[in-house]
Design a protein around this ligand. Structure first.
Ligand SMILES: [Zn+2]
Length: 250
């Protein structure tokens, strides 16, 4: 094939990728409008983006360490409830989901939370991606989810795609942020930490404790993850481009 033919093939390839993206977003938006709670007989969407992938979910804290406190809830409890809902979406899409702990008391209360052991376990599983779930704390007016990453273009893009969905869900302007956290720094796979909201904001704490809100929140984390996987089908140089430098300086 001559030079012109090669270019034609590339253009056709890009058009096909565009059509695939378009079809995906239509499917995703129809799905998010029509879905009604977690309905196992209704798979989230057609496609095989997550099928056969291993996703590791790490609800932050647990056992001896409750994490941040709201007025009524502890962070560990909310992190676990939300991670379990996210697991349901991911499994419905065909992913294999492994969790660092998956039941109240899954980390015995007398056991000290050792983040090093947790990361070692995570890295032994050979997952395709890691999602850490935490709740934020700060001034009582602070609210809304924010997604963090440490290094690597893949983690950055995963954080961007999940945060984009969470911005849409909460109408917030919060951006992704680079952060030096032990789990993110030592994970050997694309890894993000979704701080799902502020327990120190009374209204957001109540939302985070509500099962229907947890379902909606995890739906958007799930859709963001699918968006990121879809990008893997784009020309690889798109994923390899480094994050904008201003993000690295924040
Ligand atoms: Zn935390």
């Amino acid at each position: 094939m001559g030079r012109g033919g090669t270019w034609m093939a590339r253009i056709i390839g890009l058009l096909a990728a565009g059509l695939l993206m378009g079809a995906f977003f239509i499917a995703a938006s129809v799905q998010s409008q029509s879905r009604n709670k977690l309905t196992p007989q209704l798979p989230p969407m057609a496609g095989d983006l997550l099928r056969g992938r291993t996703v590791i979910l790490d609800p932050g804290h647990g056992g001896w360490d409750p994490g941040a406190h709201g007025r009524d809830a502890t962070e560990a409890q909310i992190n676990l409830e939300v991670a379990l809902k996210l697991r349901t979406w991911l499994e419905m899409a065909g992913a294999r989901v492994l969790m660092t702990w998956d039941s109240p008391g899954g980390i015995p209360p007398n056991r000290k939370y050792r983040v090093q052991q947790r990361v070692e376990w995570i890295n032994r599983q050979g997952g395709d991606l890691l999602i850490d779930i935490h709740c934020n704390s700060g001034q009582s007016t602070y609210r809304n989810p924010q997604t963090f990453y440490w290094d690597g273009a893949a983690s950055y893009h995963l954080a961007e795609d999940v945060q984009e969905e969470l911005r849409y869900f909460t109408h917030s302007k919060r951006d992704v942020k680079r952060i030096d956290q032990y789990v993110l720094r030592h994970a050997t796979m694309p890894a993000i930490n979704v701080e799902i909201g502020y327990l120190t904001n009374r209204q957001e704490e109540r939302q985070l404790m509500t099962p229907s809100y947890q379902e909606d929140l995890t739906w958007f984390i799930f859709v963001g993850t699918e968006r990121w996987l879809l990008k893997g089908r784009w020309p690889p140089n798109l994923l390899e481009s480094p994050p904008p430098t201003d993000l690295l300086m924040r």
